[in-house]
Design a protein around this ligand. Structure first.
Ligand code: ADP
Length: 356
């Protein structure tokens, strides 16, 4: 704006200068003919008058031109400053928009993931309900059927005992199922209490050994060898939740028992550091596909194979085992070769410290 004004002033100055010079020349050449009476001194005075008017007009324009030049520079620097500020604001806005877009994308991804998980969980729950009604119905039918048989008048004494044993066993299966469901739901809501006590690890493992040797005899798995490898002395103590450690072992050993028909099941314990124990349960059973290593620890997940399908189970055991190991501040992993066997390894600190 100021630049345009300045150009106009320069134009005006030039125009005035040319006009005044023209008028002066016209006057100089025509003064004798137009004003014959004018003296030489008068003509000089008039010329000086013209020149002084001309120079004052010119100086005024020159002054204006410089003033506008200064204004123009000032305006230019203000404009540059504004432009810089605008670029800065734009850049900041671009950054904020990029950040917000990233955050929105993240939220969107999380929502998608949550949706997939919710659908998956719904599917698993439906499968679970189907399984559970089957698992509840089977022992219940047996209990009802054999209870009816016992009620008959002419029933032999030995049959009563056999039927009663069946009723007790199926009742225990039902209890186990209800217990597992309760444990899984307590773990899920973080309401599983931990009861810490100090006990002899050696005696604890010997008790487990006895229970499973009796099971082997009861289920007549004669082709199975049980091996116990404890690298701990009789006075080795552990401070942890005994009932949970018992559940972890029973579950891993029952699985090894379920999925192994011949060969060996080995249970071992070692001290890896001063304050950590490592335990393992290995078998020479059917094995697990590598892509199922993580999934078998999820709730209601069973490997789709003929053995899992016929043996039964609800796919809750390993998820509870993992939950318990983590509750005792440990970790659990599985390694397996399909058709050759599996090894479940878990670590537990020798002294449980409460995590806040
Ligand atoms: P379930 O009550 O069905 O056995 P788990 O959670 O204990 O549930 O086990 C989940 C699945 O993991 C089992 O159905 C089985 O397919 C697989 N599995 C667990 N332990 C073993 C094992 N020792 N050998 C082979 N497969 C196993």
């Amino acid at each position: 704006m100021e630049q345009i004004k300045r150009i106009r002033i320069i134009k005006k100055a030039l125009f005035t200068f040319i006009l005044a010079t023209g008028l002066m020349f016209v006057f100089e050449f025509s003064k004798q003919s137009v004003f014959p009476l004018i003296t030489i001194w008068d003509s000089h005075i008039i010329t000086i008058f013209f020149v002084s008017i001309l120079s004052s007009i010119l100086s005024y324009y020159i002054y204006l031109s410089f003033a506008y030049k200064k204004l123009y520079r000032k305006e230019l620097s203000i404009r540059k400053k504004h432009e810089k500020e605008l670029i800065y604001i734009n850049k900041n806005q671009e950054k904020t928009i990029a950040k917000r877009t990233g955050a929105l994308l993240e939220v969107n991804n999380q929502l998608q993931q949550a949706k997939i998980e919710a659908e998956e969980s719904n599917k698993l729950k439906s499968v679970f309900l189907q399984n559970i009604s089957h698992e509840i119905r089977t022992p219940l039918n047996a209990i009802m059927g054999f209870s009816q048989l016992i009620k008959q008048d002419k029933i032999e004494r030995n049959k009563i005992e056999t039927y009663s044993n069946i009723i007790i066993d199926r009742g225990n299966d039902l209890l186990e199922l209800v217990d597992e469901i309760l444990m899984a739901s307590r773990l899920e809501v973080g309401k599983m209490p931990v009861t810490i006590e100090t006990f002899s690890l050696h005696t604890f493992l010997l008790d487990i050994k006895n229970v499973f040797e009796n099971l082997q005899i009861r289920f007549k798995k004669d082709d199975l060898e049980f091996v116990f490898q404890f690298v701990c002395s009789e006075d080795t103590l552990i401070t942890t939740d005994k009932t949970k450690l018992q559940f972890i072992f029973s579950n891993l050993i029952s699985n090894a028992f379920k999925f192994t028909n011949k060969g060996r099941i080995e249970i071992g314990c070692n001290r890896i550091t001063d304050d950590q124990f490592v335990f393992y349960v290995s078998d020479t059973g059917i094995g697990i596909d590598e892509n199922m290593y993580n999934q078998i620890f999820d709730k209601f997940t069973q490997v789709d194979n003929s053995m899992s399908n016929t043996i039964g189970g609800f796919g809750l055991g390993l998820s509870i085992v993992k939950g318990f190991v983590e509750l005792l501040n440990g970790t659990i992993t599985v390694r397996s070769i399909k058709g050759e066997g599996s090894v479940f390894t878990f670590t537990i600190p020798n002294k449980h410290t409460l995590v806040q």
